[in-house]
Design a binder for this molecule. Structure first.
Ligand SMILES: Nc1nc2c(ncn2[C@@H]2O[C@H](COP(=O)(O)OP(=O)(O)OP(=O)(O)O)[C@@H](O)[C@H]2O)c(=O)[nH]1
Ligand SMILES: [Mg+2]
Length: 491
């Protein structure tokens, strides 16, 4: 048992006693059960931001419906299971299993005539290693503030009563928009009075479309994401912003042999015949050509790859950098930004599942206890406050938020060093210490000692404001944790 789990059990017990005999007891039990389940990560963003496509890319299957269909308007969970099963959870009444078919990989779910506004969520169990440590939740697009679809997503992510059912969010944005920021703020408002960057990652989605599908689209997208990530409003709300070309990632992960053959044919054809086709989307589909590919086939290729993907695959094959469909698929996944997203998902979210889930549980206990009329929650409030400030993992989360919100007065290089140490570049030891992946344990220890000394001295400087001294104390403790973990790993 760790300090964290001991404290959680204690607080759960206290919350249970306070609400015993009321319906709220069940919510406490449910929150406790969640601590052993995979991390729940919602994919959210505006209408047609590419949420479902990105979910498919992460699972390497075309499960989630994209574009049309009533299922795009229902919150849908995708979780690992021992069998393939679809369950509908209505707002009122018992859950029911639903029949489904698959067409070219896509799921076709028969809602049996149930109006979508009566469905709280669909749950898809799907045996998949990609889902073994994370449950992905596809949400309907947020449109304008008032539409009912947006309301469904908003209710789901930021419920007025009860607890949020997610531990973290991937927030897709195509262009930075005032309503994106409002939504992110609303999501975080639920947690505490202070917003938190710890559990959300911003994604500049459909990144291939930036610069009308030119081959350098992703480089431009990377520059734009950096700018978004540095924006103080976004910085308070997202750990980082990265670009992803979801459609290309989805297609690369589900690449078919027939598609590979057509692309190879184009790559091997005479340049004078192919180059004119590659100039624009319109030419690619409609231009007359002697090449053995019909306009319908070209249009299908575009639907799957986008013009950027077609151009990139063509260049990779033509230059001989990819020679098989597996090589092509791997290269496209990498170029799409999905590889980086997977790494970030791991280092920023799943590697920290314990603390993120614990945090969700505490917030749920708090909300449940304060929602039951007549409960004297004083003892609970005191304990919650004590845990939030004394358990080191939470102290780190709160410090990161405080730095990002400008509550802690630090020089820019200090703030950057502190943020990194708190895990904004990933929670693994080398990431926190700013070293590369292959750094030896001895060198990591030296780096940790260097940082320890640095923060300790800063904390002892009597001229520093109180918050900075407190921040330095937490960071010193983080370095001690890294040193201890390094020693344990060497034993
Ligand atoms: N070029 C390009 N098109 C994309 C990308 N991602 C999604 N699309 C296209 O955008 C359209 C919408 O994609 P979805 O994945 O359904 O978007 P969504 O955010 O789930 O949409 P809603 O659920 O309806 O809000 C589809 O036609 C996709 O093929 C991308 O990375 N690049
Ligand atoms: Mg969708």
């Amino acid at each position: 048992m760790t300090v964290l789990s001991d404290e959680l059990s204690m607080l759960a017990g206290l919350a249970s006693r306070l609400v015993a005999g009321t319906g709220a007891q069940q919510q406490i039990d449910e929150a406790k059960r969640r601590l052993d389940q995979p991390l729940r990560v919602a994919i959210a963003g505006k209408v047609k931001a590419g949420k479902s496509t990105l979910l498919n890319a992460l699972v390497s299957e075309r499960l989630a419906p994209t574009d049309a269909g009533e299922c795009t308007t229902v919150v849908t969970w995708y979780r690992d299971g021992s069998t393939y099963r679809v369950t509908m959870h209505p707002h009122a009444g018992d859950p029911a299993q639903l029949p489904f078919t698959r067409e070219e990989g896509s799921l076709n779910i028969d809602l049996r005539g149930t109006p979508t506004d009566q469905i709280e969520r669909l749950e898809i169990e799907w045996p998949s290693t990609a889902l073994s440590d994370v449950t992905l939740i596809d949400t309907p697009g947020i449109d304008s503030i008032s539409t009912h679809l947006s309301d469904r997503t908003r209710d789901f992510l930021t419920p007025d009563d009860g607890a949020s059912t997610t531990d973290a969010v991937l927030y897709l944005m195509r262009h930075l928009h005032a309503s994106d920021v409002r939504f992110l703020e609303a999501f975080h408002d639920q947690e505490t009075s202070r917003p938190s960057a710890i559990n959300s990652i911003g994604i500049l989605s459909r990144a291939d479309e930036i610069g009308v599908g030119r081959l350098d689209a992703l480089a431009s997208a990377r520059r734009i994401s950096k700018r978004y990530g540095a924006d103080p409003k976004i910085k308070r709300l997202c750990q980082t912003v990265i670009p992803v070309a979801g459609l290309l990632a989805e297609t690369a992960g589900t690449l078919r042999q027939d598609e590979f053959r057509v692309l190879l044919m184009l790559a091997e054809a005479d340049r004078s015949a192919v180059d004119p086709l590659m100039l624009t989307v319109d030419r690619f589909v409609n231009a007359e050509t002697d090449l053995p590919i019909t306009p319908i086939e070209r249009s299908e290729l575009l639907d799957r790859f986008g013009i950027f993907g077609v151009r990139l695959a063509f260049v990779l094959l033509r230059q001989g950098r990819a020679t098989t469909s597996t090589e092509l698929s791997n290269m496209l996944v990498d170029r799409s930004g999905l590889g980086e997203l997977r790494r970030i998902l791991h280092s920023h979210l799943t590697a920290r599942s314990d603390v993120l889930r614990a945090r969700s549980a505490l917030l749920t206990f708090d909300r449940v206890v304060s929602s039951v009329p007549g409960v004297n929650s004083r003892e609970f409030d005191v304990e919650l406050e004590r845990i939030m400030s004394s358990v080191h993992e939470f102290a780190e989360v709160q410090l990161l938020n405080a730095i990002r919100s400008g509550f802690v007065n630090m020089s820019e290089p200090d703030a950057e060093r502190a943020e990194r140490l708190l895990g904004t570049h990933g929670g693994l030891a080398h990431q926190r210490l700013g070293a590369d992946q292959n750094t030896e344990a001895g060198e990591l220890s030296r780096l940790a000692i260097g940082q320890h000394t640095y923060w300790q001295r800063l904390g002892e400087n009597p001229l520093m404001p109180r918050e900075t001294i407190e921040a330095a104390r937490i960071l010193t403790r983080t370095c001690e944790g890294l040193l201890a973990a390094g020693r344990a790993a060497q034993v």
